[in-house]
Design a binder for this molecule. Structure first.
Ligand code: GDP
Length: 602
């Protein structure tokens, strides 16, 4: 090991985010293509899980931009792009309280504007405090656009018609508006005065390459100006993050790691989080992709190296990685006496995410530590309490946890599962217990589906409550339709207002109680209800004798219990028609004579 410590500025780690089909992959391909085509001989651009745009390429790209950015000197050794775009791997770039990513490119299709995953990406970037620029992509699709392949944006706009420029302006303006709605000031990059306060929008076409050089130059300028300190690293023991856990033929389980600090060497002792407990092991081999031109001469896709420096993406082969967890931190342990400290540190970090609390909340499961964290953050944002959070497939035990909650809080007695399987015995139990499992590999789908379900559940509850309340109704006994005087009295009536249902009590217009409506009939048909205007026969059981207590032509009302009236007036006012509400007011006036607090809602 070298004893002299040296310092250097590392490559900033850049991620590409955005809605599906907005052009993330195409942009990364374009950037990689540019890097490969314009690099110096011997320069390596391909890492594991990442690609580098070396300083030499940045210099060449920046050359034609000199007139726009006269002060741009390249001081960083390059840009390190994470190869897989989107939130999945981004989630695994986690670091306590933030992200390993230094900066993000948010790709937005100019023709489509903001879409659900654009918003999701913004929320994630905000939460993780990752600065970003917006690539307004697919400008070549603007009507009448005349592309100049790979030209800087500021040059290609000189060849455009006024109409195409106006259309572009409109679209950029719309994106700036969307950003504003999410709390960001934004401007086209060449109009930004203060990059600390304004998000830069760079119009590009990932397909034609227009604007891509400015995008790269701008990122370079921004990181150099605002995060140079953060990029200083030294030959200290490495810190990294496990991006992916992968089986490799002949190597067994390996981990793809992004090293963001220090140096990782062969035989280094390191620690990562495991599914069951932290894993402490030694680097057996450090593997980098073999340059394309060498592939024909050598076996295998990888070549071994003795050490790697931040920032880099590297495949680590080591014993005992079967239990490794993607999204886990990786620390090199400088000497074995410190092992306990590192074990504590990793356990603490992981237990912030994997936990079980004894409270009413949902069960969440995810495939990696990173996605679990992303799901937890989404829960926090949506104010959904969590009872249990863990990595792994949905097990029988998870269903038991959810079914316990279901008894007291049905809306939380569910499992939200991101990118994991539902084990057969869990599926069986969930079906038996009526525990809902929401599964997807897109977080917002899980939240959306769950939200819809909760809404339906609440609506059903309201419906149930409303149907248990006595509804207001006003009826009149029809002259000549007295079928039976008492026990039960059977009379023909007309409903004057509201809805009459069997099971409710009726009273006279002076408030005297008469008894309960047992049945409503229309000739031979038994009815569930009778509405205003209907003429039906009803039977009334109680202290009622037609001729003594009531008579032909009398008006009766449903006798609504006091607590029902309060519910109607406070919670379910919207469930009454105008007609019913007017009848309710009459009933309140009658009842108030006996109980001044009837219908009083304070
Ligand atoms: P991702 O899902 O965000 O990675 O999107 P892709 O990179 O796969 O792109 C989705 C589709 O849009 C593909 O058919 C691309 O060819 C197309 N596309 C991407 N960028 C551009 C662009 O700048 N212009 C045009 N015309 N098409 C593009």
């Amino acid at each position: 090991m070298s004893s002299t410590s040296r310092e250097w500025i590392r490559q900033p780690i850049i991620v590409v985010m955005g809605h599906v089909d907005h052009g993330k992959t195409t942009l990364l391909d374009k950037i990689r293509g540019t890097a490969v085509a314009r690099k110096e001989p011997g320069e390596i651009t391909q890492h594991v899980g990442a690609s580098i745009v070396p300083a030499s390429v940045l210099k060449k790209i920046a050359e034609p931009l000199k007139k726009y950015f006269p002060k741009l000197q390249i001081e960083i050794p390059g840009l390190l792009f994470i190869d897989t775009p989107g939130h999945e791997l981004f989630a695994n770039l986690r670091k306590r309280g933030g992200s390993v990513a230094d900066m993000a490119i948010l790709v937005v299709d100019v023709m489509e504007g903001f879409q659900p995953q654009t918003v999701e990406a913004i929320n994630i970037l905000k939460e993780k405090r990752v600065p970003f620029v917006v690539a307004a992509n697919k400008i070549d699709r603007i009507e009448g656009w005349r592309p100049t392949p790979d030209a800087p944006f500021l040059e290609t706009i000189r060849n455009q018609s006024q109409r195409a420029l106006n259309l572009l302006e409109e679209k950029i303006y719309r994106i700036a508006g969307e950003l504003y709605n999410h709390g960001f000031e934004a401007e086209r990059f060449d109009r930004v005065r203060d990059f600390r306060r304004t998000v830069a929008i760079i119009p590009i076409s990932a397909k034609t390459g227009e604007g891509v050089s400015e995008l790269l130059a701008l990122i370079t300028g921004l990181v150099q100006q605002f995060m140079k300190k953060k990029l200083v690293t030294s030959s200290e023991p490495a810190k990294g993050v496990v991006l992916e856990v992968k089986e490799e033929p002949g190597l067994g389980t390996t981990i793809d790691v992004i090293i963001y600090d220090g140096v990782l060497r062969k035989n280094d002792l390191f620690i990562i989080a495991g599914k069951s407990k932290p894993v402490v092991t030694r680097v057996r081999a450090l593997l980098m992709p073999r340059p394309l031109q060498d592939m024909r001469m050598h076996e295998g896709r990888f070549t071994q190296v003795e050490e790697v420096y931040a920032a880099t993406g590297v495949k680590v082969s080591a014993p005992d990685l079967d239990d490794a967890l993607a999204g886990s931190p990786l620390y090199v342990i400088p000497d074995e006496t410190k092992l306990q400290d590192y074990l504590r540190m990793v356990s603490e970090e992981v237990s912030e995410l994997r936990f079980k609390v004894e409270s009413d909340g949902v069960v969440i499961k995810a495939d990696t530590l990173g996605s679990l964290e992303a799901l937890l953050e989404a829960m926090r944002r949506e104010k959904i309490p969590v009872r249990l959070a863990d990595v792994g497939n949905v097990s029988r035990n998870d269903v038991i946890e959810a079914s316990v909650v279901k008894k007291s809080k049905p809306e939380y007695g569910v499992i939200l599962a991101f990118n994991v399987k539902l084990l057969p015995e869990a599926e069986e139990l969930a079906a038996r217990e009526g525990v809902k499992v929401f599964q997807s590999n897109i977080i917002y789908h899980i939240i959306e589906e769950y939200g819809k379900w909760v809404k339906e559940l609440k609506e059903k509850e309201v419906e149930k409550e409303v149907s248990s309340l006595v509804r207001p109704a006003k009826i009149r006994i029809l002259p000549g339709f007295i079928f039976r005087r008492s026990d039960p009295a059977i009379v023909g009536i007309e409903v004057l207002g509201g809805v009459l249902k069997p099971g409710c009590n009726v009273m006279r217009s002076d408030g005297m109680e008469l008894g309960m409506v047992v049945q409503i009939r229309d000739r031979d048909n038994v009815l569930k209800e009778a509405r205003a205007g209907q003429q039906v026969a009803i039977s009334i059981k109680g202290r009622i004798m037609v001729g003594r207590h009531v008579d032909e032509g009398d008006v009766l009302y449903t006798s609504i219990p006091k607590d029902h009236v309060t519910m109607w007036l406070t919670k379910h006012r919207d469930k009454l028609s105008t007609d019913e509400y007017l009848v309710l007011r009459e009933i309140i006036e009658i009842k108030k004579k006996q109980d001044p607090f009837y219908g009083f809602t304070g």
